[in-house]
Design a protein. Structure first.
Length: 563
């Protein structure tokens, strides 16, 4: 009887163990695909800003355009995952580079697949294969967009943003669940863009077979697993595949077959012991086996909990830092196009002033007025680039005066938030006490909240965003609704007069990965990061909203004692 019982339950136990391992692989592949998509979307925003910046400029003029170089350099240094921005003409010659000041040597990049693709008429975003840069020797792949055709400028030019292989490898290394697992980033054309653990060069250079790619793409849609031989050691492995939404790229998470076999046998250990015990002790041993089963499950929960705590302790600080920087870069991506547009207006004004000087060089009064105008325009452009750089810079948490940060953010939003949106800022004339917070993180949180308000009001044709700062002294009794500790706090409120949220949506606002925006328009991390920022500053965050009454997001930051 015990052997018969084991034979009956064994298939189900083995299937359950296999399902648990493969489900974990599928979830990890989907999470990596989501994070890679967010990184690609930031690069797309930067490429759109480059497209706008080169509007009206010919290819020959780009090689000498210092303002273009400064703009590319600012966008490059603001994004850690970027390994350089480049602009090419239809012949494949480099005409601008974020890391090479003008005059730019017109290197021939015509052998690059992205240059050939845009020259052949490919429009929109293109993901290239991996190549070795000249002369640095770094292995990179790029996201590129074609430059729009304009009068006097041929079609076929491109703007490209480079990724180093190691930028993906660092993310993949953190995501690996077990020694022996692997993660690869594969282009739908068959190229392996990156893999962790790394492959030998000859294995990495081989393209993935088209039949396997078709099978993998279908598996990504169905949520199933593909079985294939590993390129590293020719061992059988089971691969969970996820599509990077909106891009011709797949994430493949591989689990070796021997680990799956071990999980199956490990899951059978307890039923086998129970069968042996039942055969020896008959009915009396059954109670003992059940007791041991419960004890084993309790120990497994304790061991699993201890393992999770240890892993969390080792990785939490690094992951939180990456999430905070990702949110700051997300905010940068949302305003990059607006800043590029405003900066282009400055350049157009300078160009008009130059034409006026050419027409009236002998009119001293006119020359003086135009010179004063050009100086003012130069100051305006410098201020725009400085605000953008300040937003993306990593800073050290210190005792921060919040008022200058709030005013700078309000000025930046007025210049970039979009037409039809009014931005107002109010603070006490006497100032506010200092808080323990990172200025860059505070500005990124405010930009995110303002961007959410703008997106909510756009269907209404515009509206008003009000940023209010005040001092609040929290008493010990009664307890504060937001759970604040007694003491002085700086209260910062971002309010809009948009359509507001219903009770069900408001209850979920702030959950990680929850968003009401269309697919590809939001990550669902903005409010979660804002809440974590407020709690990290010794305070809290609360959102109030009702249909037709707008939305009000309030941050409390604990004031520095004696500050």
């Amino acid at each position: 009887m015990p052997a018969t019982m084991l034979a009956v339950v064994a298939p189900g136990v083995r299937r359950s163990a296999e399902t648990d391992v493969l489900d974990a692989a599928r979830r990890t592949a989907l999470l990596l695909a989501s994070q890679i998509r967010a990184s690609f979307e930031i690069q797309e925003a930067i490429l759109l800003a480059v497209q706008q910046r080169v509007g009206g400029v010919g290819y020959d003029g780009m090689t000498l355009d210092r303002y273009l170089h400064d703009s590319l350099r600012a966008l490059d240094t603001a994004t850690p995952t970027t390994s350089g921005l480049v602009v090419t003409d239809p012949a494949g010659r480099m005409v601008a580079h974020s890391r090479i000041p003008p005059p730019v040597p017109m290197l021939d990049l015509g052998d690059r697949d992205y240059v050939q693709a845009h020259r052949a008429g490919v429009s929109g975003t293109y993901v290239s294969g991996v190549f070795t840069t000249r002369p640095s020797g770094r292995r990179v792949f790029v996201l590129s967009r074609n430059l729009p055709e304009e009068p006097g400028r041929e079609p076929g030019g491109a703007a490209a943003s480079a990724f180093e292989e190691r930028s993906f490898e660092n993310l993949a290394r953190l995501a690996l669940l077990h020694r022996g697992d692997s993660v690869a980033l594969i282009r739908e054309a068959g190229d392996i863009l990156s893999r962790q653990p790394p492959l030998p060069a000859e294995a990495l250079a081989r393209r993935v077979a088209p039949d396997w790619l078709r099978t993998a793409t279908e598996a990504a849609v169905r949520g199933t697993v593909v079985t294939a031989l590993s390129r590293a050691d020719d061992r059988l492995q089971h691969v969970a595949v996820a599509q990077v939404a909106g891009y011709p790229v797949l994430v493949a998470y591989g689990v070796p077959d021997d680990r799956l076999q071990w999980a199956r046998w490990e899951a059978l250990a307890v039923p086998a012991l129970a069968a042996i015990g039942a055969a020896i002790l008959l009915l009396g041993a059954t109670a003992y086996v059940h007791a041991m089963q419960r004890r084993r499950e309790g120990l497994e929960r304790e061991i699993e909990g201890a393992a999770r705590e240890r892993i969390a302790a080792m990785t939490r600080a690094d992951l939180e830092s990456r999430l905070r920087q990702a949110e700051k870069l997300g905010a940068l991506g949302q305003i990059a196009a607006g800043i590029a547009h405003d900066f282009n207006n400055v350049l157009q004004s300078v160009r008009a002033a130059g034409l006026l000087l050419r027409r009236r060089p002998d009119d001293a009064a006119a020359v003086g007025r135009v010179a004063e105008l050009m100086a003012g325009l130069s100051d305006r452009g410098e201020a725009l680039m400085r605000r953008m750089t300040d937003l993306s810079r990593r800073t050290v948490v210190e005792a921060l005066d919040p008022v200058p940060a709030l005013r700078a953010t309000a000025d930046l939003l007025r210049a970039t938030i979009g037409l039809g949106i009014e931005v107002a800022m109010r603070s006490p004339p006497a100032g506010l006490p200092r808080v323990h917070a990172d200025r860059g993180e505070l500005e990124a949180v405010l930009v995110n909240l303002a961007a959410n308000a703008r997106d909510a009001m756009e269907p209404l044709g515009g509206g008003r965003i009000t940023i209010t700062a005040a001092l609040e002294d929290v008493p010990a009794d009664p307890p504060h609704p937001a759970g604040l500790r007694p003491g002085r706090h700086v209260r910062i409120t971002v309010a809009d007069d948009g359509p507001g949220m219903d009770a069900e949506t408001l209850a979920r606002a702030g959950e990680a990965f929850f968003t009401t925006k269309p697919a590809g328009k939001g990550t669902g991390l903005g409010l979660a990061m804002a809440r974590r920022f407020a709690e990290g500053a010794g305070g809290a965050m609360r959102i109030d909203s009702a249909p037709g009454a707008g939305t009000r997001a309030t941050l409390w930051l604990r004031a520095v004692e004696g500050g």
